[in-house]
Design a protein around this ligand. Structure first.
Ligand SMILES: C[S@@+](CC[C@H](N)C(=O)[O-])C[C@H]1O[C@@H](n2cnc3c(N)ncnc32)[C@H](O)[C@@H]1O
Length: 439
């Protein structure tokens, strides 16, 4: 098959990126923005690691679940892979993806249904909008690492965040700021990060550049102020395409973002992680509490604890909490958050989970909530050696969960599991499982 070749074929499956899959001749192909059951006419646009990607020219037989998306960029923008499908189908596709992963590692667990998000739009509390090679401000096209859709609206964060984008886009153009070039590692303007405390009414804006001071910044601050309780200028001089800034200058307002979940208040540093769907974070905590309810933990080790969300919310049901997290700023705030919420039985340690000497800790219950890549092999090894009674595994990637459970399954079985939709219109889904030691 050559670039530009066209074919008419049926979509029979979805892949882990939420793309429709089908077969052209004998070759398996993937097609963003198509779902099983549809017949499409598509054109070959890329081949990467043996996978052929095609782009839809025409949907010949649309799925009955195809709906008119709210966002005019749906079907082009990588931010929402599934906005053009009704929510019931999205949940069903997530259920099927989770169950495929579970089936690959155990016969003990399946998910009957994915718990839906109450909000389908404006549900996120953080967006990182990139700046494309032609000064576009927005999100990447699917499968293209350097092609951006220039967004003048977006339904993921809030209407106010669209105003922030509008102001920043005008500033970019008026000041003629050079976009960061990911090929040559030159240029200046890199990211616009917007974070919101949905339950506190706070909004943090960070402009990330590669170097130097922002030109005409007083005017920029004045224009953004009505929409931002905090404004930062962050500098990321490295070649890594990330919105994390190693140097920070506070230009306006409070230094931290504030959010409330499960009746607790959290202060969050600009570079630190927080669950991106605030409403569903509360549901996640409620599920964790329910899974552990039959036996209150003595010592609860909260690995990958961020600013202390799980440990602080569950502190009243455990004798002792120990939180561990790589990000030292998050740990400083986890301590402050515990104190501010009246939690006196928690200790927080800044360390890599894989480097921690757990031997003195004797935890009977361990929560693990790692990044998408899953557990470092040393963490799985230590868990198997110290063998706590229960492990509550919170995973934003069911595939890495399945890989980790292939190891942990030597001593544990899954006794409770739930999947929660923290990310409507995307193929992502949060999986929470209780692993209990096999006697
Ligand atoms: C999915 S987040 C979970 C955070 C927290 N449990 C929450 O719900 O807010 C994963 C966290 O793991 C941290 N992290 C990444 N690698 C780590 C490592 N090797 N050891 C400890 N923490 C790590 C990240 O900084 C991030 O805060």
């Amino acid at each position: 098959m050559k670039f530009g070749d066209k074919a008419i074929f049926k979509i029979t499956d979805i892949d882990k990126k939420g793309r429709g899959c089908g077969t052209v001749g004998t070759r398996k192909v993937c097609v963003p923005f198509a779902v099983p059951g549809e017949e499409v006419e598509a054109r070959m646009v890329a081949r990467k690691q043996g996978v052929v990607r095609m782009e839809i020219d025409r949907v010949i037989t649309p799925s009955p679940a195809r709906v008119t998306p709210r966002c005019p960029y749906a079907g082009r923008c990588g931010g929402c892979a599934w906005q053009q499908f009704d929510y019931a189908l999205q949940l069903e596709m997530k259920r099927s993806l989770v169950n495929k992963s579970l089936a690959s590692c155990t016969s003990d667990a399946t998910i009957d249904a994915v718990i839906p998000s109450p909000s389908l739009y404006y549900y996120r509390n953080r967006m990182d909008y990139g700046i494309g090679p032609n000064g576009e401000l927005g999100l990447k096209e699917p499968g293209r690492w350097n092609a951006y859709v220039d967004l003048d609206t977006c339904y993921l964060l809030s209407p106010e965040s669209v105003e922030v984008m509008r102001i920043f886009r005008t500033y970019l153009r008026e000041e003629n700021l050079e976009p960061w070039n990911v090929r040559t590692h030159t240029g200046y303007a890199r990211y616009l990060v917007i974070r919101e405390g949905k339950n506190s009414g706070t909004r943090m804006v960070m402009i990330v550049t590669s170097t130097g001071a922002l030109p005409n910044r007083e005017q920029l601050i004045k224009s953004l102020q009505p929409f931002a309780t905090t404004i930062y200028h962050g500098i990321n001089p490295t070649i890594t395409d990330l919105s994390i800034a190693s140097e920070l200058e506070l230009l306006h307002g409070a230094p931290l973002l504030e959010e409330r979940v499960d009746g607790k208040t959290f202060q969050i540093p600009v570079n630190s992680f927080f669950q991106t769907n605030t409403e569903m974070a509360g549901r996640l905590i409620a599920t964790a509490r329910e899974f552990l309810a039959d036996r209150p933990p003595e010592t609860l080790l909260d690995l990958y604890c961020g600013v202390g969300l799980f440990g602080i919310c569950l502190a009243s049901s455990a004798k002792k909490i120990i939180g561990v997290e790589l990000d030292a700023d998050a740990i400083t705030l986890a301590r402050a958050n515990a104190a501010a919420n009246g939690v006196t039985n928690a200790t927080f340690i800044a360390a890599k989970a894989e480097d921690l000497l757990w031997r003195g800790e004797q935890a009977d219950t361990v929560i693990i909530d790692p990044p998408r890549a899953g557990l470092h092999p040393k963490v799985a090894e230590t868990l198997l050696t110290l063998a706590p009674e229960r492990i509550l595994y919170v995973s934003c990637n069911h595939e890495s969960f399945a890989r980790d459970f292939a190891a942990l399954g030597k001593k544990y079985r899954i006794t409770k599991s739930a999947a929660l939709d923290l990310f409507p219109h995307s193929p992502h889904v949060e999986l929470i499982t209780l692993l209990e030691k096999v006697p």
